[in-house]
Design a protein around this ligand. Sequence first.
Ligand code: CDT
Length: 312
Amino acid sequence: MVRHLTIAAAQMGPVGRHDSRDEVVDRLLALLHESHQRGAELVVFPELALTTFFPRWFIEDQAEINSWFEAEMPGPDTKPLFDEARRLGVGFCLGYAELTPDGHRYNSQILVERDGSTVGTYRKVHIPGHEHDEPWRPFQHAERHFFEAGEEFPVWHAFEGLVGMAICNDRRWPETYRVMGLQGAELILIGYNTPLYYAPDPQQNALQAFHNHLVMQAGAYQNGAYVVGVAKGGLEEGVDSLAHTVIIAPSGQIQAQAITTGDEVVVARADLDYCRFYKETLFDFDRYRIPEAYRLITARRGAEPPPTVDTL
Ligand code: CDT
């Protein structure tokens, strides 16, 4: 069986604070249609694709907080996207703020198959930023105020392959990819919103695009998987965010890349069997990994230097 999959990375430009879900869903539909016209069988949308990146404000009013979350997926506003994707026979991955029936809140991403069935929902594990209002910042990154952390990196059988998901800050952590790699992941789908200004250390601002590709290319290569990284970029409510959407091959090479900071579809054809060249050679985990030497990875959270000679 040939396992070729044409993938569209549907980058989005800014979404305004007062843009309605209908307006945003219309944009998603336009991206879906272009992706379909260009042969895509799977379309990947960004993190929190339905709204502006609201964690830039420290909001305490519960009604307003609720207005940024989806209590059902699909709900009345998002159903047209689900219906049209099923009609076209195109699968998709969509980032959104999830409110569960029992009141939990997650930064989530849903994966939907070409027949409209839900493959799974991933909940962001690494929640960056801060819990409390930090007025010294030019804008907030209060994700830890709004979201609980997810607990796992599942991999699903879908699209004739093995597919995992991650969200934005997750992409900076090697464990994200390796946990999915250990489940055989061949395709890892990642949406992101990355402000270009990083308040704790503005020296990193100029390196945002470099770091973005560095981590995703390494994650792809070291696990022999395709990685699709999709931005919501551009100047959104006064905050400039990284674009640089990419589709990365298991070799770590960038196969396709966005050239704008707005709504743009990037298409590439993946050969899922190509993953084997890396998974069965240099990164033959079963043959070459030494888990006994990696115990600290799960035993320890923060860094602790080894004892010095005089304390031994
Ligand atoms: N959305 C998200 O996770 N953004 C973070 C910004 C840096 S932490 C304030 C990221 O890792 O890109």
